[in-house]
Design a protein around this ligand. Sequence first.
Ligand SMILES: [Zn+2]
Length: 678
Amino acid sequence: MDNPLLGEHALPPFVQIRPEHVEPAVRELLERNRARIEQLAALEAPTFATLIEPLEELQHGLTRAWSPVSHLNAVVNSEALRAGYNACLPLLSAYQTDLAQSEPLFRAYRTIAERDAAELGPVERRLIEHAVRDFRLAGVGLPAERKRRFKTVMQELTQLQAKFEENVLDATNAWSWHVTDPDELRGLNAMLIELAARRARERGVSGWLLSLDQPTYVAVVTDAQARPLRRAFYEAWTTRASDRGPGAGRWDNSAVMEEILRRRHEAARLLDFGNYAEYALATRMARTVPEVIAFLHELARAARGAAQAEFAELEAFAGGELAAWDVGFYAEKLQRERYAVSQEELRPYFPLPRVLAGLFGVAERLFGVRIRERAGVPAWHADVRYFEIEAPSGAPLGGFYLDAYARPHKRSGAWMDECVGRKRLASGAALPVAYLVCNFLPPADGRPALLTHDDVVTLFHEFGHGLHHLMTRVDYPSLAGINGVSWDAVELPSQFLENYAWNPQVLGQISGHHESGAPLPAPMQSRLIATRSFHAGLAMMRQLEFALFDFRMHAEYSAERGGRVLEILAEVRREVAVVPVPEWNRFPHSFGHIFAGGYAAGYYSYKWAEVLAADAFAAFEETGVFDPGTAQRFLDAILSRGGSRDALEAFVEFRGRGPDVRALLRQHGILPAGGLAA
Ligand SMILES: [Zn+2]
C-alpha cells in the first residue's frame, strides 16, 4: 500500500490521508527509527555530525509524519481516525520513553560535550546541554536501585493523577439542581434555560435541571438573580471531591493529594533536588524557589491596595456585605453599568477579513515581512486557508494554515501547533509550517464571520505563537521555534502580540463595520480599552493566591509534616485573599491544573509570562509601538532564537535589564500610566 504518511511531501497530503494509514505508518516509522538509533548508539567515536544531527533528523521526520495525524484527530475527528490515533499513543510514548532513558545515548552526548566543547558553536553546546539535562531529569545516570524506584514513583504518580481527575469528574457529574419555580431562573440566558428544560425532560422530571458543568456554573454565579441558587452552585463547585459540601466524603481527594505530593517530593529527592519545586525549576526561566516566591510577593504587595479598593467599591455598589457567591454577580452588573459595551455589540465592527488584514499589517510593519494567501493548497476542510510569509528580502520564511471557524467534530478552543519544524541539517532543509486553529462563529446570510473583541485578542495571541514558530532562525528542530523554550517564557510572544489588539492605532485598522465600513466609534473604543483594567487588582490577587499556594506546597513538603495542603492554603489566604472565603471552601480538591495536570509548581508561570510580555511591550511604548529598531531587536534577541539560548539572557539582551513587574501593573491600571518612580 502506498502510504501518504510515509512519503516525502513539502506539505502533508491531507486529502489522501485515511484512518487506515495511521497505525501502519507509525509502526513502520518507529521500527525504522529504532533500528537507526541502535546503529547510532553503537558508534565508536560519535560526534555532533555523526550522532546528534542524525537524531535531530529522525525526530523531525517523526514529528512531520505524526503532526497531520494528531491535527486531523483534533479538527475533523471521526471514530475511525480516533481509533487509529489512540492505537498509536502507547507506541509513541514507549518510543519516547526509551529514547529519553537511553544510557548509551546519554553517554554519547556527554562524551561529545566533554571532548568537543571547544569546537562547537553556542547553539550546538546549548543543544547538548539541554539533552544531557533532560536525560538526568528522566532518571538516566542514577544507580540501578534508585533508577528503578524513580520509574516506579513516576508510574504511581500517573495513576494517582488520573484518580484525582476521575474523582473530580464523578463528583461534578453526580450533582445537579432541580428547579420547579421559573422565578428561580431569573437572569439566566435563554440558551441555558432551554438546555436545562431539555435535561429535565430527558430525566423524566418536571421543570429544569441545571448541571454542574463549568459553563453552567459560571453562568449561574454571574447571572442568576436568586441568591440561594448562586450559593448552592458555589458550594457544590468549591467542595467537589472533598470532605465537605453536598457530596462530602464520596469522592474525597484529600488522601490522593497527599499521596501525589509525597511521590513528587520523593522523585525530586531521588534526583538530588531539595524538593519538587526545585526539580520543576530545572527547566524553567525562573532560577530559584526564593526568586519565584519573591516575585509573587512583589506583585501581591503592589496589587493589594487596588484589589481592596475594588472590593470596597463593589460592596458600596451592591449596598451591603458580599459573600463569595455574590462577587461575580455584582461585578458583572457594575461592569455593564459602567462601560455599557458588550462583546456582542462589538461583533459588527470586526469582520474576519478586516481583522486579518489588520493583523498581517501589524506583522508587516513590525518585522518587514509579507504575508500572502496561496490559493489552491489542499487542506482538510473547504474553509481552511493557507498563507505564506516572506522575509523583507523576498526569501520565503514558511507558511501557515488558518482554520478559523467552529464546526462539529472539531475540538474547542484556539491553538497554534507545529505542522513542519524548521531544520537546516547536512541531510536536508525544511521551512517551518504552522497550524492556526480558532473556533469563531462562521459566516452566515451573506455576511463575513464577525468576531467579538475577545476573539480578536485570541487571534492575535495564536498568531504571536505562530510568528515564534515561523520567524525562527535556528537550524536544529529540537531548539527551533517554540521547541526547547523554557515553559514559563513560551507565552511571551503570544501575550506580547495581544497588546496590539488593544492599541488605539491598531483598533482603527482592524475594525470596519461589515455594512458601512466605519471603524469602531471612538466612545466605544475607549470604553472597550477601559474594560481591560476592570477589577484587575482582584483578578491579580486571585491568581497570586493559586500561584503561591501551588508553589509553596511543592517547595515546603517534608517527610515529617507531609503536604499541609489546607494549612498552607489558609496561610496564603491570610496573606493575599481580599474576598472573604468560607471555611468549608475546598478548591484544592478539584484543582486539576496542579494535581492532575502539567502545572505542578508552575501556576506562577501565568503571571511570569504576563510580566515578560508587558515589559517587552513597554519597550515598544517607550520608542513607538511600530518602531523598527525596537522590533528588530525583539526579533534578533527573542523571537528568532527559539530555545537556542537562555530565556533570561535573551530578555536582558532585548531590554538591557531583567524583567520589571511595573509594566504589567501599569497595563492593568494598578499603577498609574507612565509612572516610573521606584
Ligand atoms: Zn498561548
